[in-house]
Design a protein around this ligand. Structure first.
Ligand code: NAD
Ligand code: WQD
Length: 332
């Protein structure tokens, strides 16, 4: 019996692969390598000392995916595969709807044909849009306001409707907050192509001297230091949330929604200060105007994942900053 990881060569998928292999789970990875490299799989093998079956395939290739299901005794799917850049999604909506929404439908059709009905889906805190209250709980209304977020919201509806049509499905929707950090080995981590959009990868590039200066997007928000607040979560803690979710769907059916965040918000300046302190270096930054589409504050209420999954985060902001920088130094 194996767990199939779509997008398993990517940032979160590769960390989840490590945690599953550490528990001696059999895994199969499917990735089209549109945003990852085979070397991440090699590093997963190096970290765990275990072999991994990997297929270079696109989830929209139903025939190819069906063959993979037939060749492997797949019991559960963790569905990471997707495009994730908010700005790009606005420029290329059709590509995002095709890859994310159509890709998921193709995957679900193959799962159904092969009678595999357990799926954990990588959703995002983005689905909450501008939340009416903080911290954010899972029962708050979803109302994404960019194309990327809408693909996640649509997929959530598709999965809920699928369960309504057949109550033997077991679905976990994991709404990630802001994953950062890397495996402590420094072998796997986040390595975006080109100029990073997200805060931590950008800080890494400035620290490495590859980019000159970090632009802090606004210091006039209604927050203690005026900069935006987010719930940053270490990617290894996040990966362990998938391990707990697998246990949850093993013997139950239903749709289960969990926020995966720490429940603590940090500002942009908190992140810069922690990164400087723990890594003993200086980050060159300047305050610029707000980035369109950004919200002031976003952090999770992660009580539900704790009480229902027994999942708790253990990594600190210092761990996140130290591990991110170690990966950057090792890999670039
Ligand atoms: P990532 O880009 O590193 O990983 C996604 C992987 O999916 C990549 O290896 C890519 O090559 C693969 N892929 C994309 N389209 C595919 C397709 N059609 N067929 C097969 N493989 C395909 O991204 P990540 O940060 O690891 O994110 C994983 C998932 O979590 C994504 O669905 C993303 O939207 C979601 N998510 C990420 C974040 C974040 O900040 N990183 C936050 C919330 C949700
Ligand atoms: C964090 C904070 C910025 C870059 C995005 C997606 C979300 C999810 C995670 C996938 C904000 C500030 C950033 C910079 C800055 N991904 N910032 N200078 O926007 O919270 O979330 O990634 O699901 O969907 O929207 O993350 O890392 O881009 O920004 O000042 O160069 O850092 O304004 O306050 P965000 P981020």
């Amino acid at each position: 019996m194996s767990v199939l990881l779509t997008g398993g060569a990517g940032y979160i998928g590769s960390h989840t692969a490590v945690e599953l292999l550490n528990l001696d789970k059999e895994i199969v990875i499917v990735d089209n390598f549109s945003n990852s490299k085979m070397s991440s799989i090699e590093n997963v093998k190096k970290i765990t000392g275990k072999d991994v079956k990997v297929y270079n395939a696109d989830i929209r290739d139903k025939e190819g995916i069906d063959k993979i299901f037939k060749e492997n005794n797949v019991e559960e799917v963790i569905h990471f595969a997707g495009l994730k850049a908010v700005g790009e999604s606005t420029e290329k909506p059709l590509e995002y709807y095709d890859n994310n929404v159509n890709g998921t439908i193709c995957l679900l059709e193959v799962m159904k044909e092969n009678n595999v009905k357990k799926i954990i889906f990588s959703s995002s805190a983005t689905v909450y849009g501008i939340s009416e209250k903080l911290p954010i709980t899972e029962n708050m209304k979803v109302s994404a306001f960019n194309v990327y977020g809408r693909t996640k919201e649509m997929i959530e509806y598709i999965l809920k409707d699928l369960y309504e049509s057949d109550k033997t499905w077991s679905v976990v929707l994991l709404r990630y907050f802001n994953p950062i950090g890397a495996h402590e080995s420094g072998l796997i981590g986040e390595n975006p192509n080109g100029i990073p959009n997200n805060l931590m990868p950008y800080i890494n590039k400035v620290a490495a001297g590859k980019l000159e200066c970090l632009s802090v997007f606004g210091n006039d928000y209604d927050t203690p230091d005026g900069t935006g607040i987010r719930d940053y979560i270490h990617v290894v803690d996040l990966a362990l949330g998938h391990v707990k979710s697998l246990e949850k769907i093993k013997n139950t059916s239903g749709v289960f929604i969990y926020n995966l965040g720490t429940g603590v918000g940090y500002s942009v300046l908190d992140i810069i200060n922690a990164f400087e302190k723990v890594n003993n270096l200086k980050i060159n930054y300047k305050i610029v105007s707000r980035r369109p589409g950004d919200i002031a504050v976003c952090y999770a209420d992660a009580t539900k994942a704790r009480t229902e999954l027994g999942w708790v985060t253990t990594k600190t902001l210092e761990d996140m900053c130290k591990d991110s920088w170690r990966f950057e130094q090792n890999n670039n």
